[in-house]
Write a protein that binds this ligand. Sequence first.
Ligand code: GH3
Ligand code: MG
Ligand code: MG
Ligand code: MG
Length: 313
Amino acid sequence: QEVCAKEIEVDELDLQTVQAPLAMQGRLLLIDDDDLLRSYLVKQLELAGYRIDDASDVETAKAKLRESAYDVILLDLMMYPQSGYELFDFLKEDPTLKWIPLVVLSGRDDLDDKVRCLRLGADDYVTKPFEYEELEARIFSLLKRSKQFEQMAFRDALTGVYNRRYFDHHLQMVLQWVQQDDKPISLAFLDIDRFKSINDTYGHQVGDMVLQGLGHLLQQNLRTTDLLARYGGEELVILFQDTTAEQAAIVMHRILEKVRVQPLVRAEGQGTCITFSAGVAQWQPGLTEKRWIAMADDAMYRAKQAGRDRVVV
Ligand code: GH3
Ligand code: MG
Ligand code: MG
Ligand code: MG
């Protein structure tokens, strides 16, 4: 049965992506040991629409940076026991963190500090005391740039989810952190079942919409600490922080139950549902990146072999 592309209506409920104002898309991390300044800035920036986390020392900041994705970092220099400078190396060594715009908030209006910070990778240097309006405007401007950069370098153009490049970088870093941490961490590989027949039946444009719809649905059903990326054509991968394989499988299964009945695309008033096969693998001490991916991929292959439309651990 042939369906003309013009007759395809994207399910509005599923695909309507309301573009939030820029501030609302911005997630900030504020690192400062001054409690008063911190609570003031958190309050002001939240009112302006930003999502903001804060930390009063470098170690706490590192932990937060490992857990969540931030768009702009605000960093105080004079802190105890570690100065703000201690964070520069940590950021520089990470292929994804090093791109996050960094604003230094410093009490020192000192030429040496300014030059040193900018050379080390800071994007801006603001001297305390500052006017809130000016700081906010600087954050806004950096955010605009970083959103554009992220879109081009780290996002998949079709679905908007992270791309393979970002995923590979991120996984590399996660494996360095995971050695020091005893929280479980799991990987899920997902491959759409018989996707070729969707393309053959409805055309590539509908196939593309199905991919977009699936990306959107996954994003809505995952936590912000879970990382979703497009690994290949119709293969997606999810990295679950602080999650065992069994817990990840439950999440994947819940999503599978949704896509079975919830049309991602409507063609001629008729909804097209899909199924997928997924494989889950939990990281174990000694596992390399490659082996870990292979384990999740093997589990996914077993799901296909067993008849598709299922999740295998
Ligand atoms: P299986 O259940 O075994 O996974 O069957 P399948 O048809 O999904 O698998 P196969 O690997 O044979 O085909 C994958 C198809 O996905 C072929 C390719 O045309 C399609 N595909 C890959 N990327 C895209 C894309 O970006 N858009 C569209 N529309 N199709 C894509
Ligand atoms: Mg200080
Ligand atoms: Mg495939
Ligand atoms: Mg497939």
